[in-house]
Design a protein around this ligand. Structure first.
Ligand SMILES: *[C@@H]1O[C@H](CO)[C@@H](O)[C@H](O)[C@H]1NC(C)=O
Ligand SMILES: *[C@@H]1O[C@H](CO)[C@@H](O)[C@H](O)[C@H]1NC(C)=O
Length: 170
């Protein structure tokens, strides 16, 4: 019972931090153009409030290949992830919400937000998973090229630190 209460309190806190942080990032807002995030990307950095998600064999440690905009305004992400030592393809469809840059995945258990992008070099995404009282968050930095400037990486670090996320490099 105590544990449940703790989880509930923790969940609420995470939500508040997230809402607060999302409200601050106005960069995308009304100017967000999903057409322009299409194409090839490379995974550069990731951060999470749950260590096991991004460990060497963590299920959320994926490698992006591309983002496509579908006919119905949903986004499709092609990813690769390592499952039991095998590289596995993952095709994720993110459905649009009425908020610009905000998508839902898998019946709303996941909220996917484009936090920041300049389209030409980098994109920072945020994923919040909530299911059966279990919550975790992930932030990812993708780059058009295999290497990315240290300024952008620093910017990602600031975003991640403001959420007290653990950071990892691919
Ligand atoms: C997208 O929509 C157009 C027009 O509605 C249709 O002709 C086309 O087949 C659709 N493409 C896909 C991939 O569904
Ligand atoms: C949009 O199209 C994709 C691919 O056909 C499909 O998986 C997804 O469910 C569609 N989303 C909505 C909201 O219709």
């Amino acid at each position: 019972m105590k544990l449940l209460l703790l989880l509930v309190v923790l969940g609420l806190e995470l939500t508040l931090v997230c809402v607060h942080a999302e409200a601050k990032t106005s960069l995308i807002g009304k100017n967000f153009n999903p057409q322009k995030i299409q194409g090839k990307w490379h995974s550069i950095l990731l951060a999470s409030d749950k260590r096991e998600m991004i460990e060497e064999h963590g299920s959320m440690r994926d490698f992006v290949e591309y983002i496509h905009l579908l006919n119905n305004s949903s986004l499709a992400l092609k990813l690769h992830t390592i499952v039991d030592g095998e590289c596995t393809e993952l095709y994720l469809v993110c459905d649009k919400t009425e908020e610009d840059g905000v998508y839902i995945i898998y019946n709303g258990y996941n909220r996917f937000t484009v936090l920041d992008t300049d389209y030409a070099d980098y994109i920072i995404t945020h994923l919040r998973h909530i299911k059966n009282g279990e919550t975790f968050q992930l932030m990812k930095l993708y780059s058009r090229k295999p290497k990315l400037s240290s300024n952008i990486k620093k910017n990602f670090g600031i975003h991640a630190r403001s959420r007290e996320f653990l950071r990892k490099i691919y």
